[in-house]
Every structure is written in structure tokens, then in C-alpha cells.
Design a protein around this ligand. Structure first.
Ligand code: ZN
Length: 130
């Protein structure tokens, strides 16, 4: 995939099997998702960033997961509006392990299960600082 600058950027869609372009998630939406999730995976609560070391930069192990994917992806729904795929309401923040798990087991982790998981997690985070 080529960025508008002509620079080659990683194709995250290939890695996750999604057909929609995850690069289309806006900065605003990403801030909302990471902020409301408290830098924690919504499933296992793992902290999603690893501090830098003397030799290396910090590592980010969190991924913005689509609840309903684009055409052909996990939990795809032909009736879901294409222009809402990358909206905050359709994303859940997960660690890499749980992102793969929920995508591999899309019948167990259907859209309703993920929405409930996200909602419960974000309410938990909001309660952490009264
Ligand atoms: Zn996790």
C-alpha cells in the first residue's frame, strides 16, 4: 500500500485478514479509544505499551480492532454502513494476542460480545479515578 506521500507503508489489512484499510482510523478516534480504554486490553487488561530500554524505543502492543469488519473480514456484515467501519463505536482496543483470538474465533466473539466487552471495560476504567 502506498501512502499519499509515495512512501510505502505496512499493509495492516494483510496481517489481520481485514479487507478495510485500518489506516483510515482518525487521530481523534484513536485518542478516544486509547484514552477511554486506559491503555489496557479490553479482554485481558494487559498494559498495551512497554517502556523503552537503554537500547530500544518503547513498544506498543495494543491494536485497534474492528468490531464489525469490512467485506470479507471477521464479523463482516453487509448491512453495516461502510462509512462507519472506522468510527469509535465500531472499534475495541485489544492486545495483539486477543485481537488475533477474537478474529480467529469470530462466532464466539461476535459483535454483540465485543460491544459488551468494550462497554464494561471502559466503564471500569472510568471508575478507576473517582
Ligand atoms: Zn489482551
Amino acid at each position: 500500500m502506498l501512502h499519499s506521500s509515495g512512501r510505502r507503508v505496512p499493509d495492516e489489512t494483510r496481517e489481520t485478514g481485514h479487507t478495510n484499510n485500518t489506516m483510515a482510523i482518525s487521530d481523534r478516534t484513536r485518542k478516544l479509544l486509547w484514552g477511554k480504554s486506559g491503555n489496557r486490553c479490553a479482554r485481558c487488561f494487559r498494559i498495551l505499551s512497554v517502556d523503552e530500554t537503554e537500547l530500544d524505543d518503547p513498544s506498543i502492543v495494543g491494536e485497534e480492532c474492528h468490531i464489525v469488519s469490512g467485506r470479507g473480514g471477521p464479523r463482516a456484515d453487509a448491512d453495516f454502513p461502510a462509512d462507519e467501519i472506522d468510527d469509535y463505536a465500531n472499534l475495541i482496543l485489544l492486545c495483539r494476542i486477543d485481537h488475533k483470538t477474537v478474529d480467529d474465533q469470530e462466532h464466539t466473539f461476535d459483535a454483540a460480545v465485543l460491544r459488551t466487552m468494550k462497554d464494561a471495560h471502559e466503564r471500569k476504567v472510568a471508575r478507576a479515578f473517582p
